[in-house]
Design a protein around this ligand. Sequence first.
Ligand code: GLY
Ligand code: MN
Ligand code: MN
Length: 465
Amino acid sequence: MTILVADNDQNLAASLKQRRVELGKLIEHPVILWSGNAISRNFVANTFPFRASSHFLYFAGLPLINAAIRLDRGKLELFMDNPPPQATLWHGETPQREDIGATIGADCVYPLAELSAKTDHAATIAVQDWKTYQQQCQLLNRSIAFANQIEGIDLELAQAIVKLRSHHDDLALQELRQAAAVSVEAHLAGMQATLQAKTEAQIRGAMEGVILAHNMHCAYNSIVTVHGEVLHNESYHHQLEPQDLLLADVGAETSNGWAADITRTWSVSGKFTSTQKDIYEIVLAAHDRCIAQIYPGVEYQDIHLLAAQVIAEGLVDLGILKGNPEDLVAMDAHALFFPHGIGHLLGLDVHDMEDLGDLAGYEPGRTRSDRFGLGYLRLNRPLEPGMLVTIEPGFYQVPAILNNPDFRTKYQDVVNWERLAMFQDVRGIRIEDDVLVTNSGAEVLTAELPTQVKDIENLVLSLRD
Ligand code: GLY
Ligand code: MN
Ligand code: MN
């Protein structure tokens, strides 16, 4: 377990204290947050990697296993058991709860069993692991709803947490910048490993190796694939062919849980074909135009629609779509090729706070659209300083969409299907960066990683012997 995240323990404790004080101003009820437990794989002692609940991490700062915190108007009580003496044989010396309590600025520390006497009128958020979830319900003596069903004092808590976690403080930004820097390094390694690699798995290994070497983990399951049209493709077995594009969506998270989320697409041979370049430039134009429009007050949905417009314009220019780009966006024709949203909030979760349903992503009073071109938009709020969002336009030829008989009928006259067939070597392209909203505009935390075709080609070819 990592104990230090800030310059020193006092910085960490002070920053965490500030978060708890802010929470105390927003909710009158006591709050109990559980960290969760490691899930066993095949026998009890062999567990899947542990990931603490993000809400717990936000206020407790450290990835403690099977711990709980009780927050009451800025005061922090930490509940966790010290390991039994014989555990040192297997796990070595581990910090005692008193040491951990001092590190995170707890006012009191107790064994976990003492939590049961302090649960009255407490608000909470459901954790993801089932065992701890059952303990939560049992101790609070009530059911605890998930996502869009959250209600009552838990909803008050969730709304307060959204207010805090959607604007990153200095401690968070310090970690987010570290995650971004390591993720950039991982992508550079992936590009430079490509000419020597025979399979997707080898490139994945090169990328994740960088993340592990920094003592970080992946923030989500990596996507490293020559089938980028499968949006969340998590298989890595394909052989690499020189005519393939490789789409890599790989991000690190720091040991205290703060994430980065980057996608780049490059050619396996090092050189884009002219058709691949044509489409790549359209996606890049959407990416650049969107980032240039990020500033406080701008509606994120307008950023999404700008991406749709730029993609529609580009596809009309290429002869793939027919008609007026604005009309094409209005009828969602762009979504045939760009079927997801332009991005999402980023923080302790890669899709930050999506365990709260759309509470974080959607401004109160707004709900998901049922339009084909808007329904997958994960964020629909005016942007504010301190928010970190991704910008990730893409172009995909998804057989399930392009061969869908209803879409074929609806969009028959606006797609030049013969022209589209000339772009068969473009299955999926996405370009994704992490953009911090500042007081005056935006800062791209992942800007060190090139996006231009020439730069990417040079990187892939840089280790050619
Ligand atoms: N890495 C998942 C996403 O970009 O949303
Ligand atoms: Mn993303
Ligand atoms: Mn991503």
